[in-house]
Design a protein around this ligand. Structure first.
Ligand code: G4P
Length: 284
């Protein structure tokens, strides 16, 4: 489900997150490992001010491993507790729980000094739509198909899920809005499926992705589409080559550019061409 984020939605989403934050010791922010900067809601830092933060770089199976390492180091240097994973794997709790416990160690030491006994670390998941929040929660809860939805303001009866031996997790994630800092951010969000089509013109998304891939690994790009384009070729030449190679014709010999656009987006979004990270840790 996708929604348009109007100021009313944003205010409501923020209020809900702030309400839930009072109940937890640690925040688990889910980011898309391919766009750790663009999938981060800037309001997050303001809202979660004093809470320790575990950062899950999700969908790591589709991200560039070297770039992921750089992002993990960057988040560590900022005092956060990062972990890169594939949210669909059923062992993720073994990665997340120790980090959440470590992130909250000081809180519980202070409580113990006051004579308050150890209880489970309480956590909640926060992120923009489509980064994998439901996948992670359902995986931890071992439920199948319980989509949490992307609509803020739908109040549900919340429950704590037992997440490992020492952690409890709110079963409803906090949903924040994607930011549109600039056109490139919008294109990256669309390219990775964080925002679903229509918001950003699809041809711009496809061209951005195509140019990124050609710049980063032209050989792989050519191999994947079984074409032989060079950096000097224009957009139309590259689209023509892909259209011919994939048989995407509009009738006669005309190339169906819409089909090429959709194919490019599909292949990049689903990691078919290879593993790419569109935000670099050094620049963010
Ligand atoms: P959300 O709650 O944050 O909105 O996201 P959700 O869990 O629904 O995940 C969005 C899509 O991302 C799902 O695909 C899900 O399977 C996929 N996904 C989640 N984690 C990972 C991961 O680590 N690796 C990969 N490759 N995919 C992951 P979907 O069911 O096909 O949904 P959609 O593409 O139709 O939105």
């Amino acid at each position: 489900m996708s929604i348009n984020w109007f100021p009313g939605h944003m205010a409501k989403a923020r209020r809900e997150v702030e309400e839930n934050l009072k109940k937890v010791d640690v925040v688990i922010e889910i980011l898309d490992a391919r766009i750790p900067h663009s999938s981060h809601n800037p309001m997050m830092d303001e809202i979660t001010r004093h809470k320790p933060r575990v950062v899950v770089l999700n969908k790591v199976d589709m991200a560039d491993p070297k770039a992921t390492e750089a992002w993990v180091s960057k988040f560590k240097s900022e005092g956060k507790y990062p972990v890169a994973l594939d949210g669909r794997h059923n062992q993720i709790i073994k990665k997340i729980e120790p980090l959440a416990v470590k992130a909250t160690a000081e809180i519980f030491e202070r409580m113990e000094k006051k004579g308050i006994g150890r209880r489970a670390t309480r956590a909640m998941i926060i992120g923009i739509p489509n980064v994998g929040k439901s996948t992670v929660i359902n995986n931890i809860a071992r439920k199948k198909g319980a989509k949490t939805g992307n609509t803020p303001g739908v109040t549900k009866q919340q429950q704590w899920i037992k997440a490992g031996e020492r952690m409890e997790l709110l079963d409803t994630p906090g949903i924040l809005w994607p930011k549109f800092e600039d056109e490139t951010t919008g294109r990256k969000l669309a390219l990775t499926g964080a925002i679903k089509d229509t918001v950003v013109p699809l041809d711009e998304v496809a061209i951005y992705g195509m140019e990124f891939l050609m710049e980063h690994d032209l050989e792989r790009f050519n191999r994947f589409y079984n074409i032989d384009v060079s950096p000097e070729d224009g957009i139309v030449e590259v689209f023509d080559a892909i259209g011919r190679s994939r048989g995407l014709k509009a009738g006669g010999n005309e190339i169906n550019y819409e089909a090429v656009t959709n194919r490019l987006i599909y292949d990049i979004r689903n990691g078919k061409i290879g593993r790419y990270t569109f935000d670099t840790a050094e620049e963010s």
